[in-house]
Design a protein around this ligand. Sequence first.
Ligand SMILES: [Zn+2]
Length: 93
Amino acid sequence: MVALRDYPNHVEPPDPVPDRRLTGVHWWDPDRLRHLADLPRHCPACGAELTGDGGISVEYWEADHRVYHTWCRSCGWTGDIIRVHRMIGHEPD
Ligand SMILES: [Zn+2]
């Protein structure tokens, strides 16, 4: 959870629509929740936590794939992370 104290220079913009609803259920909630569920939590190179100030993950899309371009503060690794739901491979002998 991000607190406003983490951004001391934050200035709340003026409300362009009076009585705008900022809380409650929104149409984008399912996508927002999927974003949070798929957000990478550990670096694939060193295993350090990426949450908080441990790194940055920015989401973008390629067709129906949700991709997280990620940077790890601990080891400096940068790359794309894609959640795999099904993988077909071979078994080593
Ligand atoms: Zn790392």
